[in-house]
Write a protein that binds this ligand. Structure first.
Ligand code: UD1
Length: 441
């Protein structure tokens, strides 16, 4: 066992959350926007970048492609003038799924790109066919061998109509990143509509790209010869926002989150209201009050945006253990995103699972337990459940949480939770410096 595996969050449950917090910028917007720096010679500045391990690792990958960067206070300056062809080191590629996002820009700018098998959460098969078929449609030769993908387009990419088999988020982003420098018009049909895709498209437009339709089913791109730099503020992290709201709800608390985007969370907010929380919102603020009333059971289906976010499926399952009746949670995006269930059962949850469908009987009194998070959102769900449990819980698997949450422990502590890291720095954010490189996580 490594020193890293021994660190855990110690949580004493049943502390009501209350107070006001600003949320961080979005992990899933930061990653494609960082990759977009490969498309220009000019400096790129990103603001509101979360200090998480996935960002550090992508910056390391960019550094290997001669994109210099400096980061401070949530701002990242990228200097890609000397950018060169290359491939992410295999260990970094394997540490996060978004490593594969260098493929589109490298292919577009240098005519060649290569990447080892990208990692990410182990939540079922995560094929790359949407990316690869799209690159082929744009005129690239694509070969995959022993997990490594190599794409070449010596005479450049040509615009094409690309129909995605599935509205993959990173697939859409990778093709967008490639098509902005392709010759002629590209249409991406059945594109992902996530707000993070819209954020990337808006950055690309600022760089001089001609992109329309982002946030809708079809994105149209007219290729240009070159792109300039950019200065972009990332959108708020809707998954961090949602996790905090669910955490407040399970403690019967009342919190107000600011500098967020209520319109990016319509599915969650309507579900929280259905369960029995009082939700008040303006454009950039969400106030959740769960102090009174009985929680009602609910049916939740995780779907592509604007459906209920799969990244909030595990946390809301934790909340539904406290609803008065039978809830059903159906994971319809990933084939195996139910690894948190066994761990929730250790805390006392009553859940019967049949493949992607979980039947949750509540309310179940939860008791403190020792649990292990096996991916980012599973770990978040265990933190949420532990906040409601009687007595002390321990949640390990913090290397997963540190990939995607900038300071979940600190935020929860500020809101009144009794939570601390044991054996791993003062906060989750401190852990990047001490953590050994992650294996597939
Ligand atoms: C992104 C998010 C992740 C979120 C997910 C779904 C980032 C860095 N990560 O991951 O947090 O959980 O969207 O909202 O933005 N698929 C294929 N072929 C492909 C690609 C994907 O069949 O080529 C399938 C996957 O197996 C999965 C589904 O599409 O069943 C969704 O995957 P996708 O949208 O690609 O997720 P990511 O972009 O990897």
């Amino acid at each position: 066992m490594t020193a890293d595996a021994e660190s855990f969050l110690r949580i004493v449950g049943q502390r009501r959350l209350s107070g006001e917090l600003q949320v961080h910028g979005a992990k899933n917007a930061a990653l494609p926007c960082l990759a977009a720096s490969l498309l220009t010679d000019e400096p790129v500045r990103l603001r509101r970048v979360p200090e998480i391990d996935d960002v550090s690792r992508l910056l390391d990958i960019l550094s290997g492609l001669q994109v210099e960067s400096s980061a401070a206070d949530g701002e990242v300056e990228l200097r890609p003038a000397a950018m060169s062809a290359g491939s992410p080191p295999d260990d970094l590629a394997a540490a996060l799924r978004a490593s594969f996002l260098v493929m589109g820009p490298l292919l577009a700018r240098t005519g060649e790109a290569s990447c080892g098998a990208p990692g990410g959460d182990v939540i079922g098969a995560r094929p790359l066919d949407v990316h690869l078929n799209g690159f082929r449609a744009l005129g690239a030769d694509v070969v995959t061998s022993a997990g490594r993908t190599t794409a070449t387009a010596p005479t450049g990419l040509r615009g094409a109509e690309i129909v995605l088999d599935y509205p993959s988020v990173l697939g859409t982003e990778n093709l967008l990143l490639a098509a902005v420098l392709a010759e002629g018009r590209t249409r991406i049909i059945n594109a992902a509509m996530e707000p993070e895709v819209v954020c990337l498209a808006s950055m690309l437009r600022q760089m001089g790209a001609r992109v329309s339709g982002a946030g809708q089913h079809t994105i149209t791109i007219d290729g240009v010869d070159r792109l300039s730099g950019a200065d972009v503020e990332l959108i708020p992290d809707r998954i961090e926002t949602g996790t905090l709201l669910i955490a407040a709800a399970i403690t019967r608390g009342r919190i107000c989150l600011t500098q967020t985007r209520a319109d990016h969370l319509k599915s969650l907010l309507s579900k929280l209201a259905e369960i029995g929380c009082v939700v008040r919102r303006s454009d950039e603020m969400i106030d959740l009050d769960a102090v009174a009333g009985v929680f009602q059971p609910a049916n939740v289906q995780a779907l592509p945006y604007p459906g209920f976010a799969t990244d909030l499926q595990a946390p809301i399952a934790a909340l539904l253990t406290q609803a008065n009746g039978t809830s059903i949670v159906h994971e319809r995006v990933f084939e195996n995103r139910t690894q948190h269930l066994d761990q929730l059962r250790k805390l006392g949850a009553k859940i019967v699972a049949d493949g992607p469908i979980s039947v949750i009987s509540g309310p179940s009194p939860l008791d403190g337990a020792v649990t292990v998070g096996t991916d980012i959102r599973a770990a978040a769900a265990l933190v949420v459940a532990s906040l409601a449990a009687e007595g002390e819980s321990q949640v390990s698997g913090l290397q997963h949480l540190a990939r995607g949450y900038a300071a979940l422990d600190t935020q929860l502590r500020e809101l009144g939770a009794e939570i601390e890291i044991v054996n791993g720095g003062d906060t989750l954010g401190d852990r990047s410096a001490v953590r050994p490189p992650a294996a597939e996580s």
